[in-house]
Design a protein around this ligand. Sequence first.
Ligand code: UDP
Ligand code: MG
Length: 316
Amino acid sequence: MQTKPVVSLVVPFYNEGAAVDVFFETIGATLATIDTITFEIVCIDDGSGDDTLVRLLTMSRSDPRIKVLELSRNFGKEAALTAGLDAATGDAVIPMDADLQDPPGLIVHMIEKWRLGADVVLARRTDRHTDSMAKRGTANLFYKLHNRVSHVEIPSNVGDFRLMNRASVDALKRLPERQRFMKGMFAWIGFRTEVVEYERPARATGSSKFTGWKLWNFALEGFTSFSSAPLRIWSYIGSFGTLLTLAYLVFIVIRTLIYGIDVPGYASLLVSVLFFGSLQLLSIGILGEYIGRIYMESKQRPVYVVRQVYGDSHEP
Ligand code: UDP
Ligand code: MG
């Protein structure tokens, strides 16, 4: 008899104690309907402060498919995902959220497309009515701006929920950056990609871990990781400013020659000093964003630290 292909689900948990039971109940029911595949469920406890780990371990004791990775502190979702992808041994890997916002029902369709030859199967939300107006608006703006300035196009309304075959997971693992903007990295590797669509439900329990400030930093990460346009734009703005200044200079010199020295001019002087001063600060700030990232990268610290691995039946 042929051995069944293995599919790894990679699920990051951060303070999701309330979600653990519901998650496994739902996922268990779904996986039971797919008997052509052997599943492995890699759960990452991203330094939760609640009883997430205890609950995960309880689940893993009764289910050998569950492997639990405990990180030494909260490293953030991107790092937790990376840890999970590194630990996953499947022929295909599906990262998904613990809050059931990534409907398990889609797994069947993803696997179908994979077996028909797709390397990567993306899950695209058809609508985002469960997100607030502000979140939807800013997300749209982000995708538009990002895809305009960056050299890799991030498909809009696609999250981390996707299926990746072994080759694409291995390709992803070769990206060494410490600051991990997963959406961009997923897009960067390419591969033959298919899409399945779904409606994103609201969170099963608890509340989103991504607040406004976190999202803003996330967006900054996206821009700086995949585009150097914000850096280069200053040469153009600078050149344009220089040209304007030159023209103005000629104008002033000629005017002074013809009409003599004109003392008033306080307003225009102040405005131009302030304007160029703030422009310079802004551009230095943007330089700083990149230099800060170069600094972080150059330290070569690991993306995550594992405190302990539990129920690891797949490792040699
Ligand atoms: N998460 C994590 N570490 C963090 C923040 C979030 O592992 O520092 C996990 C969280 O437990 C969930 C997933 O990432 O499984 C998505 O988080 P959330 O639902 O808060 O994000 P949203 O759906 O609002 O984008
Ligand atoms: Mg969520």
